[in-house]
Design a binder for this molecule. Structure first.
Ligand SMILES: NC(=O)c1ccc[n+]([C@@H]2O[C@H](COP(=O)([O-])OP(=O)(O)OC[C@H]3O[C@@H](n4cnc5c(N)ncnc54)[C@H](OP(=O)(O)O)[C@@H]3O)[C@@H](O)[C@H]2O)c1
Length: 300
């Protein structure tokens, strides 16, 4: 199975590379090899590599910055998946599109089902929703394309909330974190496994064409920040943990509005992929454990 991966240098991209299954011929691309803002380059990549799958993990993910760069965000998040879908339709091959809880506005107050209507809040969410719609329009039939939505991605590498919290715990004695936004983390260690499993199973049985994947349970950003401090201490990643204060969203204004409750109901996806749920605290522990191992091997 030949897989053309985008966003290889990202959090998920790196986890996908680290867990590539046997029998997969991986063409891992970064921004340097394949600019997702260039739809012609996306079409050319499909034509020249003729992959069985495009695994589109690359995206414009700077949620606040997207508010002032809507064209670029649209090109990367909507026009690139459209270009992949259109060219795979004529060349043959499947598309695995990674998407986000931000396609929902977060106001319903209970977990989102995969078949619910998209209703995003900001530019990032709109562009990712447009990408989903294009994938469904141009490659939606015969299970040629799959959309997997995820949320609050965390990883031992890259720019993410866990690494930011570790830094804040080191630098400060106290800080505030938003406690009125609820969702769930998605460790790339688990998310990558779900992606590979889905692509492997797609050739063997019918799968839902829209899937949801996150770790299990529910948390606020505040809960995650407190847990990073406690676990960071236990693992020796921190000498001391700061006091974290719960704050309301309005006390931490951002350019882009975020969904207040963006839990994804992952039950049908877990069942289809036959994968166990891992509680977010265990998933967080595993991410921090990777950071501990990396720190120890760096010292050694
Ligand atoms: N991060 C989250 O919390 C989150 C939540 C829900 C869903 N998702 C989705 O999950 C997927 C993976 O996200 P992630 O967390 O791994 O994001 P990430 O760490 O920001 O990685 C995204 C990758 O896309 C690449 N990229 C951006 N613009 C590009 C362009 N014009 N051409 C080529 N590559 C480009 C980036 O390249 P550079 O390294 O060169 O910048 C980066 O390597 C995305 O579809 C995202 O929308 C993420």
């Amino acid at each position: 199975m030949k897989v053309l991966l985008t966003g290889s240098a990202g959090q998920l991209g790196q986890a996908l590379i680290a867990s590539v299954p046997q029998g997969v011929e991986l063409i891992a691309t970064t921004r340097r090899d394949l600019d997702l803002a260039d739809d012609k380059a996306c079409r050319d990549a499909v034509r020249s590599h003729r992959p069985d799958w495009v695994l589109n993990a690359g995206a414009y993910t700077a949620v606040d910055q997207a508010e002032s760069q809507p064209e670029l965000a649209h090109a990367v998040n909507a026009l690139a998946p459209q270009a992949f879908a259109e060219s795979l339709r004529s060349e043959g091959g499947h598309l695995f599109q990674i998407s986000t809880d931000f396609v929902f506005n977060g106001s319903q107050g209970f977990p989102y089902q995969p078949d619910q209507e998209r209703n995003p809040l900001g530019v990032y969410g709109y562009t990712k929703a447009a990408g989903e719609a294009a994938v469904q329009e141009f490659l939606g039939d015969e299970e040629r394309s799959f959309i997997l939505r995820t949320s609050w991605v965390i990883s031992p590498v890259g720019k993410n909330f866990v690494r930011t919290m570790l830094r804040l715990h080191r630098e400060k004695t106290q800080f505030g974190v938003v406690a009125d936004q609820v969702g769930c983390t998605s460790s790339t260690l688990n998310l990558a496994q779900a992606c590979w499993r889905a692509m492997e199973l797609a050739g063997q049985k019918s799968l839902p064409t829209v899937m949801h994947w996150s770790d299990a349970g529910a948390a606020s950003w505040y809960d995650v920040a407190v847990s990073v401090g406690r676990m960071g201490l236990e693992l020796g990643l921190l000498d001391s943990a700061a006091a974290v204060q719960p704050i309301v969203t309005s006390a931490y204004p951002t350019k882009a509005q975020r969904p207040t409750y963006s839990l994804l109901d992952c039950a049908s996806t877990r069942e289809a992929l036959d994968l166990e749920a891992e509680h977010w605290q265990q998933a967080l522990w595993n991410v921090l454990k990777r950071l501990q191992n990396a720190a120890q091997s760096h010292c050694g």
